[in-house]
Design a protein around this ligand. Structure first.
Ligand SMILES: [Zn+2]
Length: 240
């Protein structure tokens, strides 16, 4: 699971094509980090793309007021030339001149890049899963932009630091699925199932589903905690 620290505002552009990535729909290989080179808001950038998507469109825009998604990231966008478009999700950071607004927008941007990589089953790997438009221009061609290097640098963030910030966001927001029991061995589940089966037969628990869930390796921590308390109470003669 990934912590949804920020909400994503849906602001989809109608009519954009649904072209799968080269590995298939949903199988993006990473994400390209862009900046808009302009001071328009995310909402206004999307309004512009609504009229001009045939020339270019991306999947997300971020400004200090939030994250807006304008295209389904399971399909390609026209963000950085043919080769990169076949492979990557595209995210734009909108410019601001205000330090507080920059901090807000950048935190969301780093979180979003990490979130997209996590959702695609990727780690944060410099120039492999996380790329700048600049790197794409120099290595894949079909495009000649050099963003977001200069804009990030204007706020004192080098590309290397940017990659580190996305890694940090990835680490901070990645969560173990706390409620799934993590028993490594099959026999542990069987033992748990046998225990619940036995308790059912002795009438300590009245629902056989618990044993079935254990055999199917589907019991959660919350369920086990609840069962423990009920069984303990009944053993002490408490009627519940
Ligand atoms: Zn770009």
């Amino acid at each position: 699971m990934f912590k949804m620290k920020y909400s994503i505002i849906p602001d989809f552009i109608e009519g954009v094509p649904k072209i799968p990535y080269r590995l298939g729909a949903g199988k993006y290989e990473g994400v390209v980090s862009h900046e808009t080179a302009g001071y328009a808001s995310a909402a206004n950038e999307i309004m512009y793309e609504r009229r001009n998507w045939k020339n270019a469109f991306v999947h997300y825009f971020v400004d200090s007021s939030g994250i807006r998604q304008c295209a389904d990231h399971n399909y390609i966008a026209y963000g950085a030339g043919f080769t990169a478009n076949q492979r990557y999700v595209h995210v734009e950071l909108c410019r601001t001149r205000e330090p507080d607004a920059f901090k807000k927008s950048y935190d969301m941007y780093a979180w979003l890049l990490a979130y997209i990589l996590y959702r695609g089953g990727h780690q944060v790997v410099d120039n492999v899963t996380l790329l700048s438009h600049d790197w794409v221009s120099r290595n894949f061609g079909g495009t000649d932009h050099a963003d977001p290097i200069a804009y990030l640098a204007s706020w004192g963030i080098s590309w290397t630091e940017h990659v580190e910030n996305v890694k940090q966001a990835y680490l901070e927001n990645q969560q173990e699925d706390e409620d799934t029991m993590k028993l490594e061995q099959q026999w542990q589940w069987k033992m748990l199932g046998d225990s619940l089966d036995g308790l059912y037969r002795k009438g300590v628990i009245s629902d056989y589903t618990w044993a079935e869930k254990a055999y199917k390796m589907e019991l959660s921590h919350s369920e086990i905690a609840w069962l423990n308390m009920v069984i303990l109470a009944r053993q002490q003669g408490v009627e519940v």
